[in-house]
Every structure is written in structure tokens, then in C-alpha cells.
Ligand binder design. Sequence first.
Ligand code: E4P
Length: 227
Amino acid sequence: MKFFIDTADLNEIAEAKSWGCLAGVTTNPSLYARTGGKLADFEPHMLKIAELCCGLPVSAESTATTAEGMIEEGRRLAALAPNIVVKLPVCEAGLAACRALADEGVRINMTLVFSAPQALLAANAGARYISPFVGRFDDIAEDGISQLADVVACIGNYDWTGKNVDDQVEIITASVRTPNHVTQAALLGADIATVPFGALKKCLKHPLTDAGLASFEADWKKVVEQA
Ligand code: E4P
């Protein structure tokens, strides 16, 4: 399973990328708002992320509310850089815009997916990536991982050749809150997990790793002191 980072913060992206295991970035309007960015800076900011990511896929979300608006904004976003993926919400307008943009060779990440039927509709409309949300189910005391399991199984049952520019659909586990979400997503065979920076750091940390490092350092110091 590949790791994407779920943020619009350039410093977080740069740090995660420096670890050498980052495969992409997802953003959304809330994540952009959190950077304090202005409306006029939105597209230049997406371009900066795309350049920082040197070819890795970067999802930039349309905020238009009609299919025509999404198509127009999607074309603009996709033209910013070859690694921009246009993110669209799964709804009537989003599906129509997805089909139109996919037919033009634009990669689409269909977001706000909460069910297997929504995922199947998105894949049939030409989505290159599908983002089922896990944490938001857990927030309302439902089981996000079992919903993800349905999406992974349903999409995995079919061949998506001819549906989009890359002839494949990848599942991005979204709305990830914990390392356990990452483990469960990988056990289910989800292709990607997009993880906020804080949760990504939690994925790396383990108290036994810290204790092991401390004892190796202490023992090595003794060897050096005796030399
Ligand atoms: C997906 O790409 C979304 O940006 C994101 O995962 C939403 O997560 P949230 O539920 O933490 O807002």
C-alpha cells in the first residue's frame, strides 16, 4: 500500500517527502483554508505543491457546484502541471464532470465516497482514484473500515480497462485518523492511504523502537569510551 499525505501545508509535504516513502498528496478546500491561503493564491499554491512533489500525483479539489463549473475548473487545475489530479465530489454534477474530464485524459480523484455503490458509479464515470472516507464514519459511531472493505471488494471484482486514462482504478483510503486505520486498510488491500502529517508521524513511532535505539546508543558509547 502506498502512502499519500493529506495536507496542503508545504512544510509538512517537504518533511514527509524527505523520508523517502511518499507517493502522493491529497488536498481539499478545508486543508487549503487551514494554511491561511487566499482565494487568488489557490492555483499558484497547488502548482507549488505539484512542483515540490516532482511528478507524484497531487489532488487539487474543485469547489465549483455545477458540472460545467467543475469541467472548467478541472481543465484549469489539470493544466497547472502534469501531476495534478482533479478531485471532484461524488454527486450528479461530479460524475458528469468526471466523465467529461476523463475523456479528455484528465486523472480524477472522486472524493466524499461513503458507500460501495458510490464507488462503482465513480469508477464507471472514469475516476482514476476513489477516496472512501473512514474516520468520518467512526466519528458518528459507525464502522468506517467495514465500509472500506465493501469498496475494496466491489472495485476489485472488475477490470476497469477503457474507463480512464490509465486503465486502472486505485482506492485511496481517506479520512484516516490513526495508525490502526492504516493497518486495516492495508490488510484489506487498499492501494493507498492518505494520511495527515500527525497520524503519519504516529505510524512511524513505536516505544520499543525508541527504547531499542536508546539502549544501542548507550552500549555503543561504552564501546567508544573503552577504545
Ligand atoms: C480526502 O482526500 C480528504 O482530504 C480527507 O481524507 C478528509 O479527511 P477528514 O475526514 O479528516 O477531513
